[in-house]
Design a protein around this ligand. Structure first.
Ligand code: DWN
Ligand code: ZN
Length: 407
């Protein structure tokens, strides 16, 4: 296969088999039979880790998109911090500054700029999340972000001082068009900040559930450096984050003479040590994914054979990869609880496990709870510690498969 970005030679890493839309939570009677092949490839040239195919964006991000950023207290605080400590300092001396967020979801980040009366615009294709943003008084533009929509935005609002995106650039397969859109929208002295799940963490933690339809790419510093080189942009800083199980924040400028912080070189060198430039690293990763799948399946088989009840915590997008790759159903996992009202009453895509409310789970606690929302572990454990008896055991599979008791 040829690289989607640079047309370089790509080698197959994972083949997870046929998959449904990861966020296609639906009522049993509304199930979608659509499937695509979830396979990953590594580009030997530009070092991009990528999918070989993706469902159309309209299939994934539509009026029913059920993921709302504001469901997590930790993420809400994280975006408050991003606004206060990174975005506001960049615009504080500007006259009538303008900030655009790509993939603004329910407005959790932009609400913090609205409260400082900063001119802002969220760009998101999904009506479900835009309506929530609207109810918060956040301005939005319902669209995918690309070169064409950037032209429309500039015409209507002018260029942006800051463009920000969180967990969204990796969703866009046509990176060239996206970065052209960013260059067009950004002022010559503007800054583009984006943060994404980080490839180094996925490889180290064997968190293969970060691989699903929406995540077309999983970025490293070296792949972003290669993208910037081709697109005439400068990656001038990076910051490691603990959100979403390990992320990287990238700072990009149109000004190629801007001083590059030492962090960029430091993280690049760490990636060389991790082997993120070599196919062998990914080949080894693939073997570890299969081993982890087999361990999860045999643990659940063992628990089921002993008549223990098992339920899931967090009907995440990530869980779709686990459930379908492990070929699990409601026989192995009776239900999955989630705090998102839009998901409750639905079944999980492909595996048809009922999604119930967190309250239902607390009233009908299982013997074991498998933590699918593992990236929110601290928030979930501190909350459930108050509600669940100590008898309930938790199954964690990141970084390693283990059974623990909290409290
Ligand atoms: O990149 C993406 C990230 C940011 O969000 C998207 N492609 C889609 C989505 O991925 P995800 O669904 O894997 O994200 P989360 O944040 O791991 O999902 C957590 C789920 O768990 C949500 O459905 C909400 C739920 N939840 C809960 O039931 N109780 C979350 C918390 C914190 C809780 O306490
Ligand atoms: Zn490439």
């Amino acid at each position: 296969m040829k690289c989607k970005f640079c047309a370089g030679r790509c080698s197959l890493v994972n083949d997870f088999g046929d998959m449904p839309i990861a966020n296609g939570f639906a009522r049993l009677e509304m199930l979608d039979s659509y499937r695509f092949r979830l396979r990953t490839f590594f580009c030997e040239e530009c070092k991009l880790f990528q999918l070989s195919e993706q469902p159309s964006p309209e299939r994934m991000f539509n009026k029913n998109y059920p993921f709302f950023t504001g469901q997590s207290k930790k993420m809400t605080e994280h975006f408050e911090d991003l606004a206060r400590n990174k975005i506001l300092p960049l615009v504080k001396n500007k006259q009538n500054p303008f900030v655009v967020e790509i993939g603004s979801n329910d407005g959790t980040l932009l609400e913090n700029l609205k409260s400082h009366k900063i001119r802002h615009l969220g760009v998101d294709p999904s009506e479900s999340v835009n309506l929530r943003a609207k109810s918060r008084g956040v301005s939005y533009f319902q669209s995918f972000f690309n070169l064409q929509s950037s032209v429309d935005i500039v015409k209507k609002y002018g260029q942006a001082d800051v463009i920000v995106a969180a967990n969204v650039i990796c969703h866009v397969s046509d990176l060239e068009d996206l970065f052209k859109g960013v260059s067009n929208l950004l002022h010559s002295d503007g800054v583009f900040i984006f943060e994404e799940p980080y490839l180094g963490d996925v490889i180290e933690k064997v968190s293969f559930d970060q691989i699903y339809d929406e995540h077309y790419y999983i970025f490293s510093v070296m792949s972003i450096l290669n993208i910037c080189k081709k697109m005439g942009l400068s990656l001038y800083n990076v910051e490691r984050l603990d959100t979403h199980g390990g992320s990287m924040r990238f700072f990009i400028s149109k000004d190629l003479s801007k001083l590059v912080e030492s962090n960029v070189q430091k993280e690049y060198e760490r990636e060389l040590t991790l082997g993120l430039d070599k196919f062998e690293t990914f080949s080894y990763f693939e073997k570890k994914c299969v081993k982890k799948r087999d361990a999860i399946v045999s643990l659940l088989e063992d628990l089921n054979s002993k008549d223990f009840t098992v339920a899931g915590y967090g009907a995440t997008s990530k869980s779709t990869t686990i459930l379908n790759f492990c070929n699990l159903s409601k026989h192995e996992i009776q239900y999955i609880c989630d705090s998102t009202p839009q998901k409750v009453g639905c079944v999980t895509p492909g595996s048809n496990i009922p999604v119930v409310s967190t309250e239902f789970m607390r009233q009908n606690p299982p013997d074991y709870l498998i933590l699918f929302a593992w990236n929110h572990e601290a928030e979930i454990f501190s909350k459930e510690n108050r509600h669940l008896s100590k008898e309930v055991k938790w199954i964690k599979f990141i970084p390693n498969l283990e059974v623990i008791q909290i409290g």
